[in-house]
Design a protein around this ligand. Structure first.
Ligand code: FAD
Length: 235
């Protein structure tokens, strides 16, 4: 096997272990037997390797580049969205948009009157279905899946990581009973949860749906994965 530096360890909850080897030069590993070797640490590779370790396999993920994460983290999805986000701010600054919001600059100064006329951006709270208190009162045996926005790629890219997604589901049937969001886009995320509950979805249903990446909506999928399988992928 190609091998050189051991970069990272993850321990799966079933006792599996994942090691990432970053291959700077060609030589032979003397690390002993593994159940699985995954070549490449992009979204395909690292997700497969983390899941295998979570399932209890002794797993090695081999990466030829000095940084993990593949095209997605180092070249494509995440850097491009960071650039898009920053160019959005640049556009706001060079167009009249900020001035229309009361932020004027020859240098930068604040027009408080105009500024206060616009709505302040703050974390939103949104939920659908039951709360934990309601389920307890009704004697429903439930399970919880939670995912923090600090572990979500788009939220991190936008430096907007306050908040989390929490889902509540029937412990036996896996049916979704409640979804709770705190975060700057909670009012957007709630729509998927409403639709899912309207159609009587289970956590597994949502966890199996491929969500666009990088988006904050992936946090809802991860929370459902945590409720259904006991563990999110990226947290
Ligand atoms: C500019 C740009 C923007 C993008 N934006 C989005 C987006 O917004 N949303 C989206 O869903 N997709 C986007 N993509 C596509 C996305 O990046 C890819 O679909 C995704 O990275 C593919 O994942 P992967 O794991 O298959 O491959 P990669 O991410 O390419 O990972 C493969 C890894 O394997 C390693 N490797 C290859 N051969 C070996 C070897 N022999 N030994 C060891 N390591 C090896 C490579 O170094 C690399 O790290 C974008 C791509 C680009 C270029």
């Amino acid at each position: 096997m190609l091998a050189s530096t051991v970069k990272k360890f993850w321990t799966g909850h079933n006792g599996g272990l994942m090691r990432c080897l970053v291959t700077q030069h060609r030589n032979y590993s003397n690390e002993g037997d593994n159940d699985l070797v995954v070549i490449g640490s992009g979204p395909g590779g690292y997700v497969a390797a983390i899941k295998a370790a979570q399932l209890g396999m002794k797993t090695v993920c081999v990466e030829k580049n000095p940084t993990l994460g593949g095209t997605c983290l180092n070249v494509g999805c995440i850097p491009s969205k960071a650039l898009l986000n920053n160019s959005h701010f640049y556009h706001l600054a060079t167009s009249n948009d900020l001035k229309n919001r009361g932020i004027e600059f020859d240098g930068i100064r604040l027009n408080l009157q105009k500024s206060m006329a616009t709505k302040e951006k703050a974390p939103e709270v949104a939920w659908v279905g039951k709360t934990e208190e309601q389920l307890q009162e009704e004697g429903v045996v439930y399970k919880i899946g939670k995912f923090p926005l600090v572990a979500n790629s788009r939220a991190k890219t936008n430096d907007d990581t306050d908040g989390f997604v929490k889902v509540l589901a029937d412990k036996e049937t896996d049916k979704l009973l409640g979804c709770h969001f705190i975060g700057s886009v909670a009012g957007e995320l709630i729509n998927e949860a409403v639709l899912a509950m309207e159609y009587g979805a289970s956590c597994e249903d949502i966890a199996r749906v491929c969500h666009a990446h990088p988006t904050v909506s992936e946090a809802l999928r991860e929370a459902n994965l945590a409720a259904y399988a006991g563990k999110a992928i990226n947290c």
